[in-house]
Design a protein around this ligand. Structure first.
Ligand code: FAD
Length: 478
């Protein structure tokens, strides 16, 4: 039996699993998908918000700014790229300027440091490519950008290195409380645990209802994006939001941590918790909306579109509390935006609840907060490259020509704890397929490496879910 089962390996579940490994506990991290971070955590704006937006007195307000301040440490420990580039909220008329001033006031209440209201001239100087209609902006220098899935994978890897067991492709189908333990039904048999963290994203209400009354509901709310080529990634230097108005929040334009340009999202409430399609109508909408920020975006440089589902809670705020119907069951639910930004603080808050109900926790004296550094070949000097190739010749073979990713990097990310097992899992970890050709050239090579390293028949190597098969049979037999 486990002491703790964490259901859901998104940013909330992986942060919590890693926090738990600081204690002497038997922990299991469970996810229904083929990879870590395959839910909302793989598809969002990737912004570590400064924290002025959330209303004071809410959990979002409390945990956003706190989480933001924790990012430098965790990203350094886990060797994950994070850039504190700052954000603007732009205004094009007096009504929007009013909204900018409101956000500034809210930011003051939330203790957001170093915010400033910029004049038209200051905006132009700092962001020369923005629309000439902009009359001012809120500047929040503590906002940042991160790679959410790389962070989540790194957290899971570090949790694994510190003793947490990770069970992927394990779907929780039911659960019951028996005396002092939970019996979890999954597609791979029963799992028993004394405590549960429910971090199941858009399914968190369903998991909650397995042990108690319906106390909240999750409404999946889709947001769609365009990602543009790195050649236009430096069009803006900061995250550029539009001032919220009566007709909506507008869209953002931002560089990504790897140097692409991100445009989106919209918001579309849905019934379907798996509806991750993109639609030409919505993509057209976000493109049109972005013109308010700048008309200089060359959408012919779009390399892909994607969408993500917000886990919008009926309560309007994060739900982080022990269930009233099942003691030892802690909901970490309704983690919509700014859930990524708040995630380190969400984990701390949830662990505090756990410590209050479990007072005899002992420290894990062997806890190691750092993970083995990742070799990013193209970021090395010529001397370092030569050195690494001398040690392992696979770093001398380029597999992905768009992103310049070597075989050595791919092999390394397969063979770590929480290693990649699908083509998309490799793409998320070390980026082959993230470039212009979107895996058209490197995809088959990645499949070969996966099959070889995992000792699998290449026909069993899938793109992402088990249903997304790529090869079915040989066409030319010797
Ligand atoms: C369009 C959009 C833009 C956003 N932008 C930002 C932003 O810029 N900044 C920010 O701070 N936040 C942002 N967010 C919010 C942020 O992405 C989320 O708060 C965060 O990713 C939620 O993480 P999570 O771990 O709660 O959920 P998820 O990442 O969805 O993880 C839940 C996991 O539970 C698993 N699961 C579900 N059911 C079961 C089951 N029955 N059995 C086993 N496993 C199960 C799923 O497979 C999944 O992996 C955005 C969200 C969206 C959709």
């Amino acid at each position: 039996m486990y002491d703790v089962a964490v259901i859901g390996a998104g940013i909330a579940g992986t942060f919590i699993a890693r926090e738990l490994t600081k204690y002497d506990l038997k922990i299991v991290l469970i996810d229904k998908d083929t990879d870590i971070s395959n839910g909302t955590t793989k598809a969002n704006s990737a912004i570590v918000h400064a924290g002025y937006d959330a209303k004071d007195g809410t959990l979002k307000g409390l945990l956003n700014a706190k989480g933001n301040a924790m990012y430098d440490k965790v990203c350094t420990e886990l060797d994950v790229p994070f850039k504190r580039i700052g954000s603007f909220v732009i205004a094009t008329n007096e009504e929007e300027m009013e909204s900018v001033r409101d956000l500034y006031e809210r930011g003051i209440k939330n203790n957001i440091p170093n915010m400033k209201i910029l004049t038209e001239e200051e905006v132009k100087e700092m962001e020369p490519n923005l629309s000439k209609d902009i009359i001012g902006a809120l500047y929040a220098p503590t906002a940042g950008i991160v790679s959410p899935w790389e962070l989540s994978v790194a957290l899971a890897e570090n949790a694994g290195d510190n003793g947490c067991e990770i069970r992927l492709e394990t779907e929780v189908t039911d659960m019951k409380k028996e005396d002092d333990k939970f019996v979890i039904d999954t597609n791979h048999g029963e799992i028993e645990a004394k405590y549960i963290f429910n971090c199941a994203g858009v399914y968190a209400d369903k998991i909650n209802e397995m042990v108690g009354e319906k106390t909240f509901e999750i409404v999946p709310t889709r947001g769609q994006y365009n990602i543009l080529d790195k050649s236009v990634g430096s069009l803006v230097n900061h995250v550029i939001f539009q001032a919220p108005t009566k007709s909506g929040k507008g869209v953002l334009v931002a560089p990504t941590v790897h140097g692409n340009l991100l445009v989106g999202p919209d918001a579309e409430g849905l019934d379907d918790r798996e509806a991750l399609e993109t639609t030409s109508e919505r993509i057209g909408f976000i493109r049109e909306k972005s013109r308010k920020t700048t008309d200089k975006i060359d959408f012919r440089k779009t390399i892909t579109s994607f969408s993500g589902l917000r886990a919008k809670p009926s309560t309007g705020d994060f739900i982080i509390e022990e269930s009233k119907d099942a003691s030892g069951f802690i909901n970490v639910a309704g983690i919509e935006s700014p859930g990524l930004s708040a995630a380190p603080a969400i984990a701390e808050y949830a662990i505090d609840i756990f410590r209050n109900i479990n007072t005899d926790l002992k420290d894990n004296e062997n806890f190691n907060p750092t993970r083995k550094p990742v070799i990013r070949f193209m970021e090395l000097s010529d001397e370092e490259k030569a050195e690494i190739i001398k040690k392992d010749s696979r770093y001398g073979t380029i597999i992905c020509r768009c992103e310049n990713i070597t075989e050595g990097e791919i092999v390394d990310c397969i063979n770590r704890n929480a290693g990649g097992k699908t083509v998309d899992a490799i793409k998320r970890r070390v980026r082959p397929g993230m470039g212009r050709c979107q895996g058209g050239f490197c995809g088959p090579r990645v499949m070969e490496i996966l099959a070889r390293e995992l000792k699998e028949d290449i026909k069993n190597i899938v793109k992402d879910s088990r249903k997304s098969y790529i090869l079915t049979e040989e066409t030319k037999q010797a």
